[in-house]
Design a protein around this ligand. Structure first.
Ligand code: MEZ
Length: 556
């Protein structure tokens, strides 16, 4: 649906302020960054995770007493899909050295490294191999790719600054020091990143970066990475992929080590057991929980399954008290609601503007500060742009990109979004996009360490299911790097562990029984079951979150 005549009228205000804004941009005059004090106040007042009553205390499990979004409580404090007394643990359907749970970037990188280290690998994935947030990532991957003004030292400082200095230092150190070699690894496997005419990789600025170090493949960077590593994995004989086979419970042995998992065949609706010497949880994030009632950029299967699986066998969770709302999710047309509009647009110069065509925030603030400023502009300042469905948003002035970088720059750099909006009758080289924050990333997750280990021997974790790398707020481009750095580490270490393991032990689901007893004592409703596997949009409470105006920032 093309813009309505009312919105077209409002776009004129954007056009009126554009020449002056362009002039300032060319002179290098940017909208001023917030001071630390201003930023903290803005977060406190407007960020959905800081809102009063936005968190709820966990009553059960290893992180009892810690407060997280209620949507997380629902999946963490819940009953297993299986009755441990009715599962026959003597029937083994598959046996392997390393079982990887999840077929996105972290799982696939882990599969490759486990295989490189000489073990048999099964990668089990809920939907198809590659149906994951990695595939949908647009605007880039952060790494220091050439010597000069940048170094892993600055990457480290930017990352912990973005995370409010709460990140776990050793995890950040691991991320930034391994990032350069991961870029070489990807290029060696055939990933094609955008280059300048001199052959050097193109780099962009994203929020919170003191140096340009975001690398892209147009606006389909995740697809390019996933294409590369998935092809590699599918071409290796020792990696077996089980699609449409989510894990519903982990299996331990009597020594408390991870010994395999129970999977569910979504086609035949049967449970089956995979025996493994080591297991890697790489199940990704949880945007489909619609934390705070927000729409999401996430893929359909992002339901936080790994959090529930890990928690039930005793792994604590951390940094789940803040969620990441990407500042720019589409809000027009309605069918595109929540869809990611890459931060790379702002990195390439597009301004965020209110109804009067005025800037109100520096576009390169970290995401939490930027999202809070958009919410403030719509709610407190009353300067949101009302769209046809009664929701308010702000403009993202994409036509600036061709004006700054030359005609054709936008269609080349943002080919995915250009085509998508064109189908709706909107030419984003000429008309701005209407945007509002959208749930994007699970900042925290399962506790793990720089070797990819969890507190359960033989159980490893990597990627969005984990917590600590990004502290309380992730920087753009650090997620694609996270999944690859820690996926590779987990793959290698799980393989080494599997090779050393001599005694398998006896399978048990006692941890599930124990957890069920705790739930019983806490009076948790038996209808609460996890992993939920897929969002249930026929359920009115889930549907309401995604499809109606009942989220912060709407004008009724
Ligand atoms: O890392 C991300 O989440 C990212 C770069 C997203 C985007 O805006 O394109």
């Amino acid at each position: 649906m093309a813009y309505t005549s009312e919105l077209k009228q409002l776009i004129k205000r954007v056009e009126e302020t554009r020449p002056l804004r362009l002039e300032k941009k060319r002179q290098g005059t940017e909208f001023p960054r917030m001071s630390l004090v201003e930023k903290e106040e803005r977060l406190r007042k407007f960020h959905p995770s800081y809102k009063e009553n936005s968190l709820q205390e966990l009553k059960v499990g290893p992180s009892k007493g810690y407060s997280v979004a209620p949507e997380f409580c629902e999946i963490l404090e819940s009953w297993s899909r299986i009755d441990p007394d009715r599962i026959d643990l003597s029937k083994i359907t598959y046996e392997t050295d390393v079982l990887i749970v999840g077929g996105g970037g972290a799982g696939t990188a882990a599969a490759l490294l486990a295989h490189d280290n000489g073990v048999r690998v099964i990668l089990a994935t809920k939907l198809r191999h590659g149906d994951a947030n990695t595939m949908m990532a647009e605007g880039g991957i952060q790494a220091v790719s050439k010597p000069g003004k940048d170094s892993p030292y600055y990457h480290y400082l930017d990352t912990i600054g973005g995370g409010h200095f709460k990140n776990i230092p050793l995890l950040v150190y691991t991320l930034v020091t391994q990032a350069p070699s991961v870029m070489q690894w990807l290029e060696g496997l055939g990933a094609m990143f955008d280059k300048k005419p001199d052959g050097n990789l193109k780099v962009f600025h994203l929020g919170g970066m003191s140096r340009k170090r975001d690398h892209v493949a147009a606006d389909i960077t995740g697809t390019e990475i996933m294409r590369t590593i998935r092809d590699e994995a599918r071409n290796r004989e020792g990696i077996r992929v089980l699609e449409f086979s989510p894990v519903v419970e982990l299996v331990l042995n009597e020594r408390g080590e991870c010994a395999g998992a129970i999977l569910y065949n979504l086609e035949t609706e049967e449970y089956f057991l995979v025996k493994a010497k080591a297991v890697i949880l790489a199940t990704g994030g949880s945007g489909r929980l619609h934390i705070g009632g927000f729409p999401t950029t996430n893929h359909y299967g992002a339901t936080g399954d790994g959090l529930a699986l890990g928690y039930r066998c005793g792994i604590g969770v951390c940094f789940l008290h803040t969620s990441q709302y990407h500042p720019t999710g589409a809000i027009f047309p309605e069918q595109a609601e929540g869809l990611l509009v890459s931060e790379k647009f702002r990195g390439a110069g597009a301004h965020l503007l209110n109804i009067d065509g005025e800037q109100f925030v520096c576009e390169t603030e970290p995401r939490d500060a930027c999202a809070s400023s958009i919410i403030r502009e719509c709610i407190q300042m009353g300067k949101g742009v009302p769209n046809a469905t009664g929701k308010a948003g702000v403009w993202l002035d994409s036509p600036m990109i061709d004006l700054l970088h030359g005609e054709g720059a936008l269609t080349k750099e943002f080919v995915g979004k250009y085509k998508l909006f064109k189908r709706y009758g909107i030419d984003i080289t000429k008309e701005p996009m209407l945007v509002y924050p959208t749930l994007h990333y699970q900042n925290g997750g399962l506790e793990f360490n720089e070797r990819g280990e969890t507190s359960i021997p033989g159980l490893y974790a990597a990627g969005e299911v984990t917590g600590g790398v990004h502290g309380e707020n992730r920087l753009g481009g650090n997620s694609l790097m996270d999944v690859l750095v820690f996926g590779r580490i987990a793959g290698k270490n799980a393989a080494l562990y599997a090779k050393e393991k001599v005694q398998d032990g006896r399978f048990t689901l006692d941890h599930v029984r124990k957890f069920h007893q705790e739930l019983e004592r806490a009076g948790v409703d038996r209808k609460r079951i996890s992993p939920i596997l897929l969002p249930d949009y026929s359920n009115p409470s889930v549907k309401r979150r995604q499809l109606t105006t009942e989220y912060q920032g709407t004008i009724r």
